[in-house]
Design a protein around this ligand. Structure first.
Ligand code: SAH
Ligand code: SF4
Ligand code: F3S
Length: 440
């Protein structure tokens, strides 16, 4: 019998990317990768629920799969990720062609659930969540995925309960991985040639608080930075309320820690921050930014902003615009507020209309882009160390890579290069979302 083939479609954040890598590795033990979704015997959709639009994307792909399954009834369709966790067994009732609903703490059960579906043809739901959940030690397979940079999960879930956010429900309570497991995974990666690691968690600053042997995020950063062979270290994401001096000190101390900090602010108005349950003020945020810049003057700051949170006034919006002009971010993601099931703000009154949200978003994005373009120009004439990613997809004959501050750098040069090589590039031009340069 020919082995089954599989395909995984991934939406959402890096947590989902990493979970999809793990599911790929688990399935590859008894299946082969299909050339594409249309040919696969098993299709997993790893979903995101952060905004309504993200959820819709998953449902619209599932609609396509429904048609496909009419022609190939033996096909197995699974839904994983945050929509699966949120909806649970309801998804099976709503989508009769779906065979498997796989919650965010259950991905390791994927092989046994597929075997069960194959043998019994019974549909399966695995969405249990537990405060005692432990992220199993599971070494990544380096034959798949990039050979030079990887994500390493250090914690799952979130305890912050920002009022707009679905993550504490879809990913459960905060669970930190044991530091020994994390370091073992990182050593495994670097011993196979990986040069860049991004530590992943929804709220990395509170890493370790739940572990019996108390460690904190700064300790983990220092231990990771000491791993032989590692050239670059990044992390995401942080909540400004937990950004302490010791972590800021790491930026002064550890050369290997890249000069980029994604520090989501969400709003420039204290009134809105309060209703968002963010537990910091704009004054605190400013102070943290100043401390980061003092510790590492070349640090590039990026952020996330939500526009049109319930009750956001024109004055609140102007406070956000003022903050953006004051901090002068190197880049920012901005989103229209979206009601989420379970999130507390869904029940807040005083909703901002779609028209006003769209207007404010476009004004904000224009300003973000204008500032980012100015920021990028500051790099022209400087030499930046770039990690080569490969040939540029957009500009034939050029190479593409990333600077330490996380900019994409497209560059020309005749020498032969390999992904993961670190090269010094003279920056010659700034574009909105990337830099151009020359290597000789
Ligand atoms: N853990 C990260 C955030 C993950 S979600 C942190 O705390 O920073 C990524 C971003 O999506 C958030 O920073 C926020 O800007 C946005 N977001 C989350 N829920 C949203 C909602 N209901 N509507 C609009 N944007 C939202
Ligand atoms: Fe969501 Fe807030 Fe947790 Fe980030 S810190 S995942 S925005 S609840
Ligand atoms: Fe989306 Fe879940 Fe990540 S909601 S942003 S995939 S944690």
């Amino acid at each position: 019998m020919r082995p089954l083939s599989f395909h995984i479609e991934t939406f959402g954040c890096q947590m989902n990317d990493r979970d999809s890598e793990i599911m790929t590795q688990l399935l590859a033990e008894f299946c082969r990768p299909a050339p594409g979704l249309l040919e696969a015997d098993i299709v997993m959709i790893n979903t995101c629920s952060i905004r309504q639009k993200a959820e819709q994307k998953a449902f619209s792909l599932l609609g396509t799969l429904k048609q496909l399954k009419k022609r190939r009834p033996e096909m197995i369709i699974g839904v994983a990720g945050c929509v699966a966790q949120q909806e649970g067994a309801k998804l099976l009732a709503r989508l009769p062609y779906v065979d498997l609903v796989l919650g965010t703490q259950n991905i390791y059960k994927l092989p046994e659930l597929i075997a069960e579906i194959k043998s019994s043809r019974r549909r399966q739901t695995a969405v249990s969540q537990s405060a005692d959940f432990e992220i199993p030690p599971y070494l990544p397979d380096l034959r798949r995925g990039p050979a030079y940079k990887r994500f390493v999960t250090i914690m799952q879930g979130c305890n912050n309960f920002c009022t707009y956010c679905v993550v504490p429900y879809t990913r459960g309570r905060e669970v930190s991985r044991k530091m020994t497991d994390i370091l073992a995974e990182i050593r495994h990666l670097t011993s196979h040639g990986v040069k860049e690691i991004t530590l992943l968690g929804q709220n990395v600053n509170s890493y370790g608080h739940d572990l019996s042997r108390q460690v904190d995020f700064s300790t983990l950063l220092r231990e990771t930075a000491a791993v032989e062979g590692l050239k670059r270290l990044r992390f995401t994401t942080s909540n400004p309320k937990d950004l302490n001096d010791d972590l800021i000190q790491c930026f002064a101390e550890l050369d290997i820690l890249c000069p980029h900090f994604h520090l989501p602010v969400q709003s420039g108005s204290n009134n809105v921050l309060k209703r968002m349950n963010r537990h910091y003020t704009i004054e605190h945020y400013r102070d943290r930014v100043a401390a980061l810049r003092a510790a590492r003057p070349d640090i590039a700051l990026t952020t996330d902003i939500i526009i049109g949170f319930p009750g956001e006034t024109e004055e609140d919006f102007q406070a956000t615009m003022d903050l953006v002009r004051e901090i002068r971010y190197h880049g920012a993601y901005s989103f229209k507020y979206s009601d989420r099931p379970q999130a507390r703000s869904a029940a807040f009154g005083d909703k901002v209309s779609e028209v006003v949200k769209s207007e404010r978003l476009s004004i904000l994005q224009e300003e973000i882009n204008r500032i980012a373009a100015e920021r990028n120009k500051e790099y022209v004439g400087q030499v930046q160390e770039v990690m080569v990613e490969g040939k540029s997809r957009h500009s034939p004959g050029q190479w593409s890579g990333r600077a330490a501050a996380n900019h994409i750098v497209n560059f020309t040069g005749n020498k032969s290069l390999r992904p993961g090589d670190l090269v010094d590039i003279m920056i010659t031009e700034a574009c909105l979302h990337s830099l151009r340069g020359q290597y000789d």
